[in-house]
Design a binder for this molecule. Sequence first.
Ligand SMILES: Cc1cc2nc3c(=O)[nH]c(=O)nc-3n(C[C@H](O)[C@H](O)[C@H](O)COP(=O)(O)OP(=O)(O)OC[C@H]3O[C@@H](n4cnc5c(N)ncnc54)[C@H](O)[C@@H]3O)c2cc1C
Length: 384
Amino acid sequence: MYDVIIVGARCAGAPTAMLLARKGYRVLLVDKATFPSDTMSSHFLQTPGGACLKRWGLLERITATGCPAIRNKTLDVGHAVFTDAVLPEDGVAACYAPRRILLDHILVNAAVEAGAHLWEGFHVRELLWEEGRVTGIRGFHGRGKAISEKAALVIGADGKRSMVARVVQAPTYSALPSLTCGYYTYWSGVCLQGQEIAQRDHRAVIAFPTNDEKIVVAVQWPREQFDAVRHDISGHFLETLERCTPYLAARLRAGVQAERFVGTGDLPNFFRRSSGPGWALVGDAGHCKDPILAHGMSDAFRDADLLADAVESGLSGECSLQKALADYEQRRDDAALPLYELNCQMARLEAPSLFVNRHMVPNTQKQRDKKGVTTCNNGVTLKP
Ligand SMILES: Cc1cc2nc3c(=O)[nH]c(=O)nc-3n(C[C@H](O)[C@H](O)[C@H](O)COP(=O)(O)OP(=O)(O)OC[C@H]3O[C@@H](n4cnc5c(N)ncnc54)[C@H](O)[C@@H]3O)c2cc1C
């Protein structure tokens, strides 16, 4: 019998397990995947996410993987380029983009070091119930026999198509269907120091440096173009680069595409009720959004912190577990809603005025010179 069982061991589940194990709870963390392993996600980590890693004592392990600090962001909307230094968050003045195969492994290892039990390659098929309350899980290691385990609380950290959410019938709210589709890949031999975003003609291009001296290049199109895009990914990708960001396209021609394209048209936007008798949801299982502003991982970290504190309040008897979990859900919604509105607006791929107004300092606006060089008043120079 555990205090908490967590289904899903990536950005949401592993930190939740780590935090609860550090508080002294008996935690079982299960995932059908084994680690280290990759997952479909580009991986730009905003400063609030970096601040969580720093607070948890894990930021140095991320920088030790060799992923570079990203200290400025540029938004090119065609008629103007906006550049700004990354705003510090709790003393973290850079963004990072560690490969998920590295990041998720660091998170899982931290959970195990804290004392959580890890079952890798374990597929949860059912929840156990007693008198209308979730009391545990049942699943399989590969083709082995069914194994059941019980806990005071079962947490679904099992992603946007969460099995836990489906079985407890967690209602969805503020939902929008997929607004975009997207593909990303990696380039070698291209110099890119900051994050570069170009948005125009109902398309967005996002590029940033990652491990192994590679850069990530991602493109998003309106969702209705998914069928056309996936039948000629390379053609659509390169055409969009030329159209939206010819200066980046020119730099990419000097390098080599180092990996295959990865992408999806399944990018839904929703909140789910995230607590009930014996269960809770965290990460994409409870709140998911288009990756256009790259906040999914940071938000999962934030919610892991909120949920771990709530579980402590509930299991220590400070208040009832049900009330603590309801408070967690409210705090998550209060924190997430403003950015969610902006994210949905951006995912419509219309003129990004709202983003510019809120996130870019207007006086850093610069026009390019004739050679395509942009010099910004914070000292950043972008060469074509
Ligand atoms: C194309 C794309 C690009 C993105 N780019 C970014 C970005 O640049 N920056 C950013 O911050 N976010 C980005 N995101 C969002 C980010 O990937 C998610 O927000 C984040 O991965 C959520 O983490 P999670 O732990 O909640 O879920 P997941 O990462 O989906 O992990 C869920 C885990 O649950 C396990 N699981 C599921 N069902 C079961 C079961 N029945 N039994 C056992 N295990 C189970 C899975 O194996 C998986 O390991 C992107 C997403 C996509 C799709």
